[in-house]
Design a protein around this ligand. Structure first.
Ligand SMILES: [Zn+2]
Length: 294
């Protein structure tokens, strides 16, 4: 974190030396009994595709890529000292989270050493992750408070700026957690699979058991092609030349009052239908309109 005491992407020379020694170094997957890497990746929904290595070849901690693999290196004596000085194990965890933030923000994919912008991104990530893991703001900041320098350097921001970045990440996670407890939990019912109609079904008008049409969908980018919603909540596309209709999707009810129906197509893409008949994609753009089937 603080150059040169705290560095990442250190030069190949040092790394090559370290790799020569890895055969004799016992790879450790946790600090103490906890699998901290898994805990960190769990709260951001990722698989722990990192190798955590305890090694005295680094003075403090580093995120490096070698042979296409992502490594988090840490010096166990350094992490223990940070935990002691910060008076909480969250201090050491925040350092690993910071290094993981370098990996996940793509910093280790670029050439070059530490720079202040990257450091702040990694700091913000550590604050975010530690809040998700249950740390207080003070606990999330404890490690940085003891390892960072007061003044900024060309490679690293000063302590105050870095603590603020951790605070921003922590607050962002906190707001998400507070918001998720305020609103009702989203339905855990899995999506209804749309019919994969291998053979086109007969048209609405000529089928043996009549299907009635509840609504018409007009897509903005293809207004000439009509789609209809049937009383079975299927979305059908009508071919006007051979007068057949093919099921291309299905409507399901949602828990939302503003978007009471979700349209799922054969590729499991979802569109959201508002009470007033607007149809929106997942990024909130209106793509179609639901109207009476006239
Ligand atoms: Zn860093």
């Amino acid at each position: 974190m603080n150059h040169p005491r705290f560095f990442r992407r250190f030069a190949g020379l040092v790394l090559a030396g370290w790799l020569l020694l890895t055969g004799s170094l016992a790879a450790q997957t946790s600090t103490g009994q906890r699998d901290v890497l898994r805990e960190i990746t769990d709260v951001v929904g990722l698989k722990p595709r990192f190798e955590l290595r305890a090694t005295t070849e680094v003075q403090n901690a580093a995120a490096v890529v070698y042979g296409g693999k992502r490594y988090l290196l840490y010096n166990p004596q350094f992490v223990a000292a940070v935990n002691r000085a910060g008076r909480t194990d969250w201090a050491g965890i925040s350092i690993l989270a910071h290094e993981m933030g370098h990996h996940l923000n793509g910093h280790t994919l670029r050439a070059g050493g530490s720079n202040p912008a990257d450091e702040l991104e990694a700091d913000e990530f550590s604050g975010f992750v530690l809040r998700k893991m249950g740390a207080s703001l003070a606990q999330a900041q404890a490690g940085m408070a003891v390892v960072s320098d007061d003044e900024a350097s060309p490679t690293h921001p000063g302590r105050r700026t870095r603590l603020t970045a951790i605070g921003e990440g922590w607050q962002r996670a906190n707001q998400q957690i507070v918001a998720s407890t305020r609103t009702a939990a989203p339905s855990a019912t899995p999506a209804v699979l749309a019919d994969r109609a291998t053979a086109p079904v007969r048209t609405v008008a000529t089928t043996a058991s009549p299907v009635s049409v509840l609504g018409k969908i007009t897509f903005r980018d293809n207004p000439a092609e009509p789609y209809y919603i049937t009383n079975r909540l299927s979305v059908v596309h009508v071919d006007r030349q051979d007068r057949t209709a093919q099921v291309v999707g299905r409507l399901t009810r949602s828990e939302s009052t503003n978007y009471p129906y979700v349209l799922v197509d054969g590729q499991q893409r979802r569109l959201y239908i508002s009470r007033t008949g607007g149809i929106y994609d997942t990024s909130g753009r209106q793509v179609a309109l639901l109207s009476d089937p006239s």
